[in-house]
Design a protein around this ligand. Structure first.
Ligand code: C6P
Length: 415
């Protein structure tokens, strides 16, 4: 397990790295430098052990059996829901719905709330920096209901143009769906302020927290949003598990979006009745082991402390940004003040995919492409970027390894 540094300031990163077995592997005969944390984070031993422990000692289906194992599995799963509630400072566990990830959480809101509520001419507002997961579900909904999608523009630095909200937020706006942190640019949006603006015109709000949850403190009551979504795998937890927080009054009114086991109170051929919250939205057997292991991930992150994590990552990003400024021909894409641990960039005359491939041979894992945010690429007139994304286990030496490898890329292409 990990602890803050002896001085109580910052993090003891060497001790932390010892908790992550994969960080000690080699790729292409070189030590792995993992800088693709925005795609998915690596898992600490506590999370891996939690899944193993679950299958070795607890495995049973949940919410169904009277037998001991089923009760224990249910208790472990529900303990994880409580850990999520506490992490988000949500009022109650009924407000926490387990999903397969952020994507499914957003689709749930679109198909349940949106489809049952929207009428032709209603408007959904998103920002220009959204991930496809917070664009396409609304486009599908617009096709289904006749609603219209509107977009808040961003400036050259990757900051939302808030003045545009004056004309974009109107009495027709039914929902403002915004990312908390941009995966392609690193911009941290002022979500509480945006939610307050939306509320002035009576619009609901959904915050996509996929990139925020591991980097900033999240308090859904302070943000005052109606929905908040995140994925466990971006919080050092398992893939295939996600969370939707919803305001209780809304969740109560919303119809189920998938039918099946666990979401019902009574089934007759003449008609069925739904289970109470949160189970009304949790049809079928979920990823129980993953759900249980999410608690181990939350415990791990909370032990380090999100403020210590944010401070450490800010220092690392500052260092990487300085190195980027000194690197000839490199242009950073996304320079919002106070951005999160993401460095998106292009190198003059070299395609990002070539950068990624050569870096991989040097042991450095980054993501290249449009990052499922094609409108962001379109905004900057580029097909793709190279993206290094940092976690609390990354070091300055790894940042140096990134730039040493980038120098090799340049040498190869420029001779
Ligand atoms: N972004 C990235 O490399 P899922 O796939 O459901 O866990 O998360 C989707 C998602 C939604 N919103 C934002 C802001 C995201 O960054 C992501 C996932 C990864 O940037 C994979 S495309």
């Amino acid at each position: 397990m990990n602890h803050p540094s002896p001085a109580g300031l910052g993090l003891d990163v060497e001790a932390i790295r010892a908790d992550f077995p994969i960080l000690h592997t080699q790729v292409h005969d070189r030590p792995l430098v993992y800088l693709d944390n925005a795609a998915t984070c690596q898992k600490p031993r506590a999370v891996i052990e939690s899944e193993r422990h679950y299958y070795e000692t607890l495995n049973a289906n949940i919410h169904r059996g009277v037998h001991l194992l089923s009760q224990r599995a249910t208790d472990a799963y529900e303990a994880s829901r409580e850990a999520v509630r506490a992490l988000l400072n949500a009022p109650a566990t009924q407000d926490i719905i387990f999903t397969r990830g952020t994507t499914e959480a957003i689709n749930l809101v679109a198909q349940s709330w949106g489809r049952s509520t929207l009428r032709p001419g209603d408007e959904i507002l998103v920002t220009h920096m959204e991930h496809h997961s917070n664009i396409v579900p609304w486009q599908l909904l617009c096709e289904q209901t006749g609603a219209v999608l509107k977009v808040v523009p961003i400036d050259e630095r990757g900051v939302l143009e808030l003045d545009a909200l004056d004309s974009l937020l109107t009495s027709r706006t039914r929902l403002f769906a915004m990312t908390h942190v941009s995966n392609a640019l690193g911009t941290v949006n002022p979500v509480a302020e945006l939610v307050a603006r939306a509320r002035q015109v009576g619009a609901l709000t959904l915050v996509d927290g996929a990139q925020a949850i591991a980097h900033v403190a999240v308090d859904v009551q302070a943000i005052d949003c109606d929905f908040y979504a995140f994925s466990a795998h971006k919080l050092y937890g398992p893939t295939g598990v996600g969370v939707l927080y919803g305001r209780r009054e809304l969740l109560e009114q919303m119809p189920p979006w998938q039918g099946g086991g666990d979401m019902i109170a009574l089934v007759r051929f003449s008609g069925s009745r739904w289970n109470h919250l949160p189970y009304k939205f949790e049809a079928g057997t979920p990823n129980i082991a993953g759900g249980v292991a999410l608690k181990a991930a939350i415990d791990y992150v909370r032990t380090l402390g999100i403020d210590a994590i944010a401070a450490y990552e800010a220092g690392l990003l500052d260092y990487a940004s300085q190195r980027a400024r000194d690197f000839p021909g490199l242009r950073v894409v996304g320079e919002a003040p106070g951005k999160a641990a993401i460095l998106s960039f292009v190198l003059e005359g070299i395609h990002p995919h070539d950068i990624g491939t050569i870096l991989d041979m040097e042991g450095v894992a980054i993501r290249t492409g449009h990052h499922c945010a094609m409108p962001v690429m379109e905004r900057y007139g580029i097909p793709a970027t190279a993206r290094a994304s940092f976690a609390f286990y990354n070091t300055r030496a790894e940042v140096d390894a990134l730039f040493t490898a980038l120098a090799k890329v340049q040498k190869l292409f420029r001779g």
